[in-house]
Design a protein around this ligand. Sequence first.
Ligand code: CND
Ligand code: ZN
Ligand code: ZN
Length: 375
Amino acid sequence: MSTAGKVIKCKAAVLWELNKPFSIEEVEVAPPKAYEVRVKIVAAGICRSDDHVISGHIESPLPVIVGHEAAGIVESIGEGVTTVKPGDKVIPLFTPQCGKCRTCKHPESNFCLKNDLGKPRGTMQDGTTRFTCRGKPVYHFVGISTFSEYTVVNENAVAKIDAAAPLEKVCLIGCGFSTGYGSAVKIAKVTPGSSCAVFGLGGVGLSVIMGCKAAGAARIIAVDINKGKFAKAKELGATECINPQDHKKPIHEVITEMTDGGVDFSFEVIGRLDTLMSALLCCHEACGTSVVVGVPPGSNTLSVNPLVLLTGRTWKGGIFGGYKSKESVPKLVADFMAKKFPLDPLITNVMPFEKINEGFDLLRSGKSIRTVLTF
Ligand code: CND
Ligand code: ZN
Ligand code: ZN
């Protein structure tokens, strides 16, 4: 029997309070309104940004259903939807692409004004929610809330992908892989023969390394306080791995000495102010570029001596690897299908959705890269 047009009751991981485990609840998912799409989630990865919501490091109204890296199948569509149809394989987009706003019309930028990232309302783009639990509305996360068996997204926040794509792998294209890889090839525009330093070797940082390698970097210095991450970093292209705790000098000085005055490109992929500063200072004072990828706590600010930039450094950042999401995600999936890059090395754990809290424990203990939850 078709579920189109009806409320669907299903399981979702609800975060009722900060710093508490998710509670697996029965939720009601309303049908999609005009220009919206209801998606059956098949696989969802766990990214540190989801954990940042639990810790309060990323602010969100509560209760909320988080999750922003997933793949699924369209269950039903609202009025006026033309770019996807029921049965299509899709990836939800945590940064939408409306195609009409100033950002979407700009050839280089991707932070579409329809996003719910900067000052999150926790709603769909029309200001209302589609989830209810125990009679209460539940908020959305970045417009896609993927830790639910069913979710509703705007049409501009979902991309149709190859019908043959393995959803339990390409879900990583929804955030971790694309964010990291694009930060190297699109935001930094890493050049052949260059030197790079990558701070933080999680799923996103390792994808930065893959991007640096694909762009032809000659040296890729991987930086982490967890030595357990070094073997995977080398497998994916790091030429050297360093642990700041093994050095008496500040790590930016160590890297500056190793690289004749600093690297060409550096990336902060952790989300800390001290490592943001180290990444900035370890790129060459005259010709280096440093990219902010990690999400630091929203309320914190850095104080920077402008002379650090006056000598010629470039400091930039970006969401979702700078990719315009709706047009780029199908191409990234096609590239994966054509074996232009692997995703398997990033997936260390696969478990049923109900074990979501175990998946987050693995991330926090530094034992996993990406855990993929299957529904
Ligand atoms: P994950 O937690 O898996 O990796 C972070 C790595 O940093 C771990 O290997 C840690 O051991 C390491 N680390 C922690 N502290 C330090 C330190 N002081 N010095 C050196 N290394 C350290 O995280 P992830 O890869 O899932 O995400 C990384 C960041 O990227 C995180 O802040 C997340 O919120 C952010 C992000 C950004 C975007 C975007 O669009 N820009 C999208 N998703 C996630
Ligand atoms: Zn837009
Ligand atoms: Zn993410």
